[in-house]
Design a binder for this molecule. Structure first.
Ligand code: UFG
Length: 345
């Protein structure tokens, strides 16, 4: 059985591709390499193309039994300043991909959704029944596509699973692939970089939130736990195919929240070094706390997260220590890097 992993040269897609292969699937990657990296696709068949292009993916869609769609822009802040980029790719181009898949006869679709669809929830933990009220264009774009999948299930018999990720972190235990973003804005890689001797200082975005220590709380989830959930989602779509059309949404988190200060402590304990940091103002659009209720993932997919925060930080640290994870970094990010790393670019 062949799976087309769209956005397979990106951070989460590349980890899922390996998990699928370990489970015996044939895997083909499709990526325009705008934010993905060839080195994350190494060892896989990679078709370079855009999801907005109807003709390009046709031959690979003809060979595929299911599609997993990871190809999205995913910077919340950027989505506020440049919403057209987000609606163009995450909505319009993604719909083109969805239609191309449907026209190719594909009826199984797994979609990378996000806890951003919930906005600022009133209650924690967040269940799948929590009202979806996104507060930024990124979250709106994810919600739109979820709604499209629901409509396509009813109208065309498409079977889909929307996996709502909380905060993806960590790296494959092999050390071959890991988190790679340019620019890097995520807490764990920035805190690790700030633990280097001449590392750039980490700015803590707000310390006056209504949380136990005043910093934001997030549910960090290991990327390989996410990958495992994707394989299970596919099994679910295969196993229950007699039950017909379906559009399922599932939270993927550990159910345990960690504050920014707790993450910093975990980084210090893994690296044995101090994280140089300073307190800064709140980052616009950051909800105080986002923690998943992962019960549905357990009951429907038989999935629970197996790795904890220390596992995430230590695998990310192992990947970072390889020192080559910024292969084509732009000047903006390069300026933030420790001198030792900059010298190797
Ligand atoms: N943070 C800092 N300093 C930094 C970076 C982050 O204090 O330099 C804090 C943030 O304010 C937040 C926490 O660390 O409280 C985590 O921030 P990340 O940027 O690592 O992740 P986000 O929670 O902002 O983003 C994640 C996903 C998005 C998704 C979003 C939903 O990366 O794709 O959750 O809220 F949309």
């Amino acid at each position: 059985m062949a799976i087309l992993v769209v956005g397979g040269a990106g951070y989460i897609g590349s980890h899922v591709a390996r998990a699928l292969r370990r489970s015996g699937y044939e895997v083909v990657l499709y990526d325009n390499l705008s934010t993905g990296f060839r080195r994350l696709a190494q060892g896989f068949e990679l078709v370079v193309g855009d999801i907005a292009d109807q003709a390009r993916p046709r031959p690979v869609l003809a060979r595929a039994d299911a599609v997993m769609h990871f190809a999205a822009h995913a910077y919340v802040g950027e989505s506020v300043t440049n919403p057209r980029k987000y609606f163009h790719n995450n909505v319009a181009a993604s719909l083109t991909l969805l239609d191309s898949a449907l026209d190719a006869g594909i009826r199984r679709f797994v979609f990378s959704s996000s806890c951003a669809v919930y906005g600022v929830p009133k209650n924690i933990p967040i269940t799948e029944q929590t009202q979806r009220q996104p507060v930024n264009p990124y979250g709106v774009s994810k919600l739109f596509f979820e709604n499209a999948l629901e409509a396509y299930a009813r109208a065309y018999g498409l079977r889909s699973v929307c996996l709502r990720y909380f905060n993806a972190a960590g790296a494959d235990e092999s050390g071959e692939i890991g988190e790679l973003h340019d620019p890097e804005t995520h807490l764990i890689p920035l805190a690790l970089a700030a633990s280097a001797a001449n590392g750039p200082e980490l700015q803590i975005h707000g310390c006056d939130y209504p949380t136990s220590d005043g910093t934001c709380i997030r549910d960090y989830i290991h990327v390989n736990d996410l990958a495992d959930a994707h394989v299970r989602a596919l099994h679910h779509l295969e196993a229950d195919k007699e039950s017909g059309a379906e559009s399922l949404a599932i939270n993927l988190g550990t159910g345990r929240g960690h504050s920014v200060l707790e993450v910093i402590e975990a980084v210090e304990s893994v690296t044995g070094r101090r994280v140089r940091r300073k307190l800064g103002p709140r980052r616009p659009g950051d909800p105080p706390a986002l923690v998943a209720d992962p019960a549905k993932a357990q009951s429907v997919l038989g999935w629970t997260a197996r790795r904890n925060l220390t596992d995430m930080v230590s695998s990310a640290w192992a990947w970072m220590q390889k020192g080559s994870q910024y292969p084509r970094i732009g000047p903006q990010s390069a300026a933030k890097l420790p001198a030792a790393l900059r010298a190797r670019l």
